[in-house]
Design a protein around this ligand. Structure first.
Ligand code: PLP
Length: 249
């Protein structure tokens, strides 16, 4: 049975509280401040009307993995003050759309894309927060730079004045084997440590965006500062993960 608006509001609020509590508990387990982790609600496949309810429940930033869907929702919800994060792969010819509305882009993985995005942002007179995506699992189905290529890539980034480089993003391996998942997050922390010493001035690598509904507690234990959580807040998506990440699941 369909829930009415008030029931949906309560459900989202309850889920948010549960996730926030688990974030806080994971932080406390390893001696981190709960406020050091930002919860980014991931809203892909959730209809715009339900996002109005989510906004009322306290979700004022939203992460989307597809530019077209993000763009449509940002237009439908333009009367709300939502901070939009695009967290999925972006084709270069779509950079112009992202430049118009997004506040953050978490999937930078090529210099050509950086160039195009920077140019389009300058046209719009805007600058956004950017995360470099790393393929920490080595799976062919995942986007992102190979860990060994991150350093050289990052050395080229200071030339893009509209990209405020904030940190790194990854998706861990989809596996029930926690050790393999954790190994991806550990690899990210090691890359972060290296970049903090070697990256050019003006770029910051303080942020580590890693952890989703199934693995955010492990990610926090290994240093995540941003967790991207969808299903634990909005319920199971109608389609399996293999639909969103071909080759998985
Ligand atoms: C969908 C998605 C998430 C969130 O996944 P959930 O299982 O819904 O928590 C996180 N990051 C990216 C890049 C995604 O596409």
């Amino acid at each position: 049975m369909e829930l009415n608006e008030e029931q949906q509001l309560n459900e989202i609020k309850t889920n948010l509280e549960k996730v926030k509590k688990q974030i806080a508990e994971a932080c406390i387990r390893i001696g981190r401040e709960p406020s050091s982790v930002r919860l980014l609600p991931v809203t892909k496949t959730v209809p715009a009307e339900r996002l109005r309810i989510a906004y009322a429940a306290g979700c004022h930033e939203m992460g989307e993995n597809k530019i077209q869907e993000a763009r449509e929702k940002s237009e439908l919800l333009s009367d709300l003050n939502i901070r939009w994060a695009v967290i999925g792969h972006l084709q270069r010819n779509k950079a112009k759309y992202l430049a118009r509305f997004a506040n953050e882009f978490q999937a930078l993985d090529s210099l050509k894309l950086a160039e195009e995005l920077d140019k389009r942002l300058q046209n719009e007179g805007r600058a956004i927060d950017v995360y470099v995506q790393v393929n920490s699992s080595g799976e062919a189905s995942k986007f992102g730079l190979a860990p060994e290529n991150v350093r050289d890539f990052v050395m080229q980034l200071p030339s893009f004045s509209s990209l405020r480089i904030k940190g790194l993003m990854t998706l861990a391996i989809f596996s029930t084997d926690h050790d393999r998942v954790r190994a991806c997050f550990v690899r990210m922390r090691e890359i972060q440590t290296m970049l903090r010493q070697e990256a050019p001035d003006g770029l910051s690598f303080d942020e580590l965006s890693m952890g989703m509904s199934g693995d955010y507690e492990i990610a926090i234990e290994e240093g995540a500062t941003v967790v991207r959580v969808g299903q634990a807040i909005f319920g199971k998506r109608p389609l399996p993960d293999s639909h969103y990440w071909p080759g998985v699941g």
